[in-house]
Design a protein around this ligand. Structure first.
Ligand code: DGT
Ligand code: CA
Ligand code: CA
Length: 572
């Protein structure tokens, strides 16, 4: 098994964290941190250096002891010293460092002074105001800690849209199988294609409410029935996702669908217009006085307030009602508009499918092009390609392209943006590519000015084409690095670069708000799946949902263009 520099750096850094939590000798902690940095930034593979008989003690900050420990990691993939420290540090304590603003040093202090061992201990102490008295803490940091715990909880309580989709599909299939069941629709944030979903709101048409509800609560994934009435019920699925079901009659379906699709802000705005017209719109229908005047379709709801149909993704009261009134609603991009994918990996780096299989899968989707963008060398954990391996990949692409008609593999690379803003490939390689997808994969801890500057400096390189997953966030797992996206979008406009909307359901990065900002500044986006297998190509639909939430039209997207036009656009 190949040991990458990043693997070694990770273990050394973890050791430093734990030692710091324990309150160990600062020199010892610093030695581990420095060694981790040295190894991470090394342009060559440490394991290969050792294999070639070269002494690691020649590297800055690495003495005999650390050299032995690194040797142990290379040989065994483990570090016994770390395992010993782990054995006597509660793992819940190490987890506290995931709260922004709580570094290992502060966690150590909280442990020492208040005996805090877990997130629960921390929250309790903060709530009763005991943290402010610990040296180097204040009432403000205490409030900030509570806020971060709350934020963490919020993030964890939501589900990625792909997860929600998975559960929704199984459940709606089950509901539709019930005799006499009419239309079954998932409304709420799911229908608005939000990147994460709090709970599922399902609407079903059925004349026999109680029977439909009985069928619903009998679903084998139901862990708990929270509430149950003749036409509505709330359950908790085993996976921890909550589902609300409402059973309706045909006549009220449109009004209910509009109401439960939301958002709440959009609903309130629509109902305000209705009131001005002496109408009342509720989940049960459209009423003038006591007389019901409609509500069978959503179209009737919008028509009642003098509006054309508004797509669910736009319903956030972010200007869609005004745009509808003026007749300037965007014509949102659809999956059918997409002609290719501009970010994909193969087995050459960290993908699971071969080059030939990826090409075949893209052709099966009816695409005109697929860009192969395996990692560059700095991304050692992802088996990044050095110039020699990249060169071989580009040759393989040429050979395959000779066999295609009406389809082309594009030559790209997911090029690491190095800490100083340079690109991780030499010019002689960059110029052989059709375009680049450039990404930040390390040094997430830079402050907002430094990180923004790093990216803008990278964009100064005329070979920089598309900024991959601009914030690096992982939905429900980690926030992005600090970055001034507005400046980055402006910088892309000035330099003729583009931004990616990474369609992977874990990323969906750019978010909707910044998609819209990019569009307003005329910066085109690439909706790309960042596929690591042939199956990954199907994630395009999530990116489309996010783009639609950002008011994006086909003309704002690079990969809705036919190949020739795309190639012209990608020329900076
Ligand atoms: P979520 O579940 O947090 O991802 O977001 P939603 O939008 O699905 O919210 P949810 O499940 O609480 O409610 C579903 C929809 O029901 C919501 O989008 C709009 C509507 N709704 C809920 N509560 C209210 C309310 O108090 N007023 C109005 N006008 N609409 C509401
Ligand atoms: Ca919901
Ligand atoms: Ca709900």
């Amino acid at each position: 098994m190949a040991v990458h520099n990043a693997d070694i750096a990770l273990l050394l850094d973890r050791m430093a964290d734990l030692l710091e939590i324990e309150g160990a000798n600062p020199f010892r902690i610093r030695a581990y941190r420095r060694a981790a940095l040295t190894i991470e930034d090394l342009p060559e593979n440490v394991a290969e250096m050792v294999a070639a008989g070269r002494a690691l003690t020649d590297l800055p900050g690495i003495g005999e002891d650390l050299s032995d420990k690194i040797g142990e990691i290379i040989r065994t993939g483990r570090l016994r010293a770390l395992e010993e420290v782990e054995a006597h540090t509660p793992s819940t304590l190490a987890l506290l460092t995931s709260i922004p603003g709580l570094g290992p040093k502060r966690v150590h202090a909280l442990h020492e002074v208040l005996g805090i061992k877990s997130l629960a201990d921390l929250e309790k102490a903060a709530r009763v105001g005991r943290i402010r008295d610990v040296p180097h803490f204040s009432a403000a940091t205490e409030a900030k800690i509570l806020e971060e715990i709350e934020k963490k909880r919020m993030i964890e309580r939501r589900f990625k849209i792909s997860t929600a989709e998975d559960f929704a599909e199984g459940l709606t299939r089950y509901l539709r199988a019930f005799p006499d069941m009419g239309e079954v629709t998932v409304a709420g944030s799911f229908r608005r294609r939000r990147e994460t979903v709090g709970d599922l709101d399902i609407l079903a048409i059925c004349e026999d409410g109680p029977a439909a509800i009985a069928h619903f609560v009998a679903y084998d994934e139901v862990a708990k029935v929270v509430s149950k009435g003749p036409t509505r019920s709330t359950v908790m699925l085993r996976a921890g996702i909550q589902v609300d079901l409402r059973v309706l009659r045909k006549e009220t379906y449109g009004a209910a669908l509009h109401y439960f699709t939301g958002s709440k802000a959009h609903n309130i705005a629509v109902r305000r217009i209705a009131q001005a017209r002496a109408l009342k719109i509720s989940e049960y229908g459209i009423f003038r006085g006591d007389k019901r005047t409609g509500g069978k379709t959503e179209g009737e709801v919008f028509a009642a307030v003098g509006l054309p149909y508004i797509e669910p993704e736009l319903r956030e009261d972010r200007g869609e009602i005004e745009a509808a009134q003026r007749g300037t609603l965007p014509k949102l991009v659809t999956l059918e508009d997409i002609r290719g994918d501009l970010h994909a990996h193969t087995t050459s780096s960290d993908g699971k499918s071969t080059l030939a299989n990826m090409a075949e899968a893209a052709r099966a989707l009816g695409y005109e092009y697929l860009a192969i963008s395996d990692h560059s060398q700095h991304a050692a954990v992802a088996h990044g390609l050095d110039p020699r391996r990249l060169s071989a990949e580009l040759d393989a692409i040429d050979r395959l392209n000779d066999t295609f008609d009406g389809f082309r593999l594009l030559k790209s690379s997911e090029v690491d943006i190095l800490a100083d803003g340079t690109l991780d490939l030499p010019e002689r390689m960059l110029k052989r590519l059709d375009f680049t997808v450039c990404a930040v994969h390390y040094r997430f801890e830079l402050d907002v000015a430094e990180q923004t500057e790093r990216i803008l400096r990278a964009m100064d390189n005329p070979r920089f084409t598309i900024l991959a997953h601009p914030t690096g966030r992982l939905l429900t797992e980690r926030p992005g690095y600090a970055i001034d996206l507005d400046r980055v979008i402006e910088g892309a406009r000035e330099r003729g670069c583009f931004l990616e909307l990474n369609a992977h359901p874990m990323r969906l990065d750019l978010d909707d708000v910044h998609c819209r900002h990019a569009k307003e500044l005329g910066v085109k986006i690439a909706i790309s799946t960042d596929s690591h297998s042939t199956a990954g190509l199907k994630a395009m639909r999530y990116g489309i949902g996010q783009a639609r939430r950002g008011w994006i039209e086909a003309k704002d997207v690079l990969n809705t263009r036919p190949l020739q036009e795309l190639m012209r656009l990608l020329e900076r």
